[in-house]
Write a protein that binds this ligand. Structure first.
Ligand code: PLP
Length: 390
């Protein structure tokens, strides 16, 4: 009988799970072993070979979630990113990558790639034409991040995948902001899908992990580097991540719904001058987002009125926490100017569209009325202060 394709929450809950043959427990047993008897000459189980029972089980779940043939789990998102990039790039090669990208990825490229003899070109924009314009004879990889951080720009996945195929390049995406719940880039022809599993996959702000999903052949190529670089994840955390992913579908869908409500509440608010959320029809890339995303995600950004103090706004929040990371069940905010983008010059921030009053909002699963009440009371404080300062 042909196996029926399972739905998202069924994959999240069951797929790849290890059977507890001895005690018939409902969850995967945890195998912490670092030494295993040889099963045969080809299978040598060892954590840094990415092939312990729990790693293999979770990789199957993540591959299924990303509609990919295979996956690997890493000790962090950056371990997944660096290993995947270097698996497809060697001395003399070139990569095209968007300039507005996760800061760690940007640093990896500008601080490390020269040492490996790999050159790079950044695109200012997010469109396929922007990437095509930077392709050189020695380009091997196109790397995108959509939705982007912090302004939630959207890149057309199919256009980038087609472009990569046309030029014989590997297309890679950091799919962290969307999560596999909202976006499956493989369906549009993207070759390699990477996650900081620290974010929506973990979802509770207590796991640091990474993952990459692709074809069997690509994963084999990434693995051959991964075992040498050694960025595997401890089996205990693998097991914890498997547990977290069981609820990823319901968490992320709740976050999508909350973020949409927050974006609608903030849009047109007298204290807010702009809202960036792909789920708003006013977002310039709303139509592309609608085409390629199943949900618009839990991340949005908004700009406080120019005379409002962003630092005071964050400090005035009672329920929503100012925090560097994102995607947990608890709502958090961050001022890019004061944190992630503080090292850029004011001019460069302006060029990138990052206003001093910009607030990045990772929307959690709390009740929306409680989130709105918290934002309202904080806005009232900064509104009063701005009037006093006049
Ligand atoms: N990609 C994105 C979009 C991120 O936000 C982050 C971390 O914030 C990373 C990658 C890096 O992941 P990790 O911190 O798990 O190494």
């Amino acid at each position: 009988m042909k196996q029926q394709k399972k739905g998202l929450n069924t994959i999240c809950t069951h797929f790849g799970q290890l059977e507890d043959k001895e005690f018939k427990g409902a969850i995967s047993p945890l195998y912490m072993g670092t030494a295993y008897a040889f099963e045969d000459i080809d299978v040598k189980r060892y954590p840094r070979y990415f092939n312990t029972p729990n790693q293999v089980a979770l990789a199957k779940k993540i591959a299924a979630l990303e509609h990919a043939e295979a996956a690997l789990i890493f000790g962090s998102g950056m371990a997944a990113i660096s290993t995947s990039l270097l698996a497809f790039l060697k001395a003399g090669d070139h990569i095209v990558i968007q300039k507005i990208i996760y800061g760690g990825t940007y640093n990896l490229i500008v601080e490390e790639f020269e040492k490996f003899g790999i050159s790079y070109s950044f695109t200012d924009g997010f469109k396929a034409e922007d990437f095509e314009a930077k392709i050189k004879e020695n380009t091997k990889v196109i790397y995108i991040e959509t939705p982007s951080n912090p302004l939630l720009n959207i890149t057309d996945l199919k256009a980038v995948a087609d472009l990569s195929k046309k030029h014989g390049l590997i297309s890679m995406i950091d799919n962290t902001f969307a999560s596999p719940v909202n976006q499956n880039p493989v369906d549009f022809g993207i070759d390699v899908v990477i996650h900081s599993a620290t974010k929506y996959m973990g979802g509770h702000s207590d796991i640091c992990a990474g993952a990459v999903a692709s074809t069997e052949a690509n994963i084999k190529k990434i693995f051959s580097l991964a075992k040498n670089f050694g960025g595997s994840l401890s089996d205990y955390t693998v097991w914890l991540l498997e547990r977290s992913i069981k609820t990823m579908g319901i968490r992320v869908r709740a976050q999508n719904a909350n973020a949409q409500k927050m974006a609608e509440y903030l849009y047109g608010h007298k204290d807010i001058s702009a809202v960036y959320y792909p789920g708003l029809p006013s977002h310039p890339d709303h139509n592309i987002a609608k085409k390629q995303m199943k949900g618009f995600g839990g991340m949005l950004s908004f700009e406080l009125n120019a005379d409002f103090n962003a630092s005071q706004f964050q400090k005035s929040l009672k329920l929503i926490k100012p925090a560097m990371s994102l995607a947990g069940v608890e709502s958090t905010v961050l001022s890019p100017t004061l944190t992630s983008h503080s090292l850029l010059s004011a001019e460069e921030r302006k060029r990138q569209g990052i206003a001093d009053g910009l607030i990045r909002f990772s929307v959690g699963i709390e009740e929306t009325e409680d989130l709105i009440a918290d934002l309202e009371q904080a806005l009232e404080i900064v509104r009063k202060e701005s009037k006093l300062a006049v």
